[in-house]
Design a protein around this ligand. Sequence first.
Ligand code: GDP
Length: 183
Amino acid sequence: MRDGYPEVAFAGRSNVGKSSLLNRLLGRGALARVGATPGRTQSVNYFRVNRRFYFVDLPGYGYARAGRQARQAWAGLIDAYLRHAAPRLAVVLLVDGKVGATAADVEAHGYLSGLGLRLVVAATKMDQLTRGRWQPGLARIRQVLDAATDTPIIPFSAQTGEGARELWREIEAHVTAGASGKD
Ligand code: GDP
């Protein structure tokens, strides 16, 4: 969509920890607003990274009081963008590691996985789970989303930095692959 550079988009319901994850990945406090106002960010925001690719911050979806209409509006807003960018796009879908995959997450995952782009799931706020609950929690997210076996589910914590390196590895692999869609 922009200059033909690869793009990595981040999607998740509001309050899932997307701003915190972006700030942790990029190591800057001022990049994305961190806050808890549901549905506040309604536009698609681009961040140029290392002159090589873009991070794309997609608006949050499916927050507590949002109904079907709001989710459809979310889909409508980004559908054109995603379809256009899909050949060079990876999407990181954020799911709250403690809450697990919600119905809205399942809906978003189903929609995204139909677009033929590279999909990575990040389970956020993992510091809120004891280590012993990580593996079953991640397995449950995979099961509820019905994620493909080649879709990585990466445990992440913006608070501890857990998973940042692994997520960067996935992003680098996508960018290095020349962003030829599913790599
Ligand atoms: P966004 O709406 O998806 O951008 O979510 P935010 O990044 O604003 O985070 C929403 C809330 O979750 C805030 O109160 C954050 O402090 C909290 N949060 C985000 N990431 C983490 C995390 O890794 N661990 C914990 N314990 N809390 C987090």
